[in-house]
Design a binder for this molecule. Sequence first.
Ligand code: HEC
Length: 272
Amino acid sequence: MMRVFLVLMASWLFAPVVMGASSTYPLDPMAPDLNDKASLQRGLQTFMNYCFGCHSLQYQRYKRTAEDLGIPEDLMLEHIVFDPDVRIGELMKNAMSPDASKNWFGAPPPDLTLHTQLKGGPDWLYTYMRTFYIDESRPFGVNNLVFENVGMPHVLMDLQGIQRKGCRQIPKLAKNGGEMMDPLTHEYITEEKCGQDLLDRGYAPLALEEGSGKLSPEEYDQVIYDLTNFLYYTGDPSRQDRERIGVYVILFLAFFYVFARLLGREYEKEYH
Ligand code: HEC
């Protein structure tokens, strides 16, 4: 009995350490916004164009997605689904066979419906999709800061551009800890920092080759924000309904309270 207890205690104590070990890279925060339908629609489009070939959303139906995102069914079939054999009520599965893909990539691409619920939340996905870098020793020539030795190619490289681990120019710190600025030009006075020093100062240790991507860094971040927002939605499609109903329940209780209170007063009068 004591032994079981000790093992349980130990696993509880060390669980955070073990879980944390999978990624030591600090995640960039990402606040999902399920009311932003345009963002969710763009995220769905990016997913279908760039991810669905390998990753399914097997717990999500096209129909439900179209309804929740405010996309008319015919437009959904025409522009998002592509495959004429697929009907709107079907689950969003793809044709990739797990065995074949295991051979190609070393690991099969997991289903992503619940990913933001299972692993590190939306922050993890948002950071993961922005931290691929060139690593010639890997089969696809890229590695990733939050998922070391990942078996997935950087499928959005032509949008983001080429990132390398290396050094970059960041603002020099003054003695008081503030970032140094030229008083005349109001430009930062910079110095070159590399690797851990960059991380310590809160900068990603990756440098983007200028002009190597189709999108600017801000545009690319937006694409990944939308994609993450969409996959946050698929993780729990009823979240918004629940929140809306929750508001009604609170309103009802507040409303009911007034009458309960008035009735209580009437009763009180009786026994004085
Ligand atoms: C060419 C196939 C392919 C495409 C396209 C692809 N992936 Fe992957 N992805 C993989 C494979 C294979 C893995 C498993 C890697 C591993 O476990 O080493 C993976 C892993 C992942 C993981 C990590 C899963 C985990 O275990 O936590 C995420 C998240 C992910 N992919 C997201 C995406 C997104 C988002 C897109 C679209 C922008 C995308 N992938 C496109 C093949 C692909």
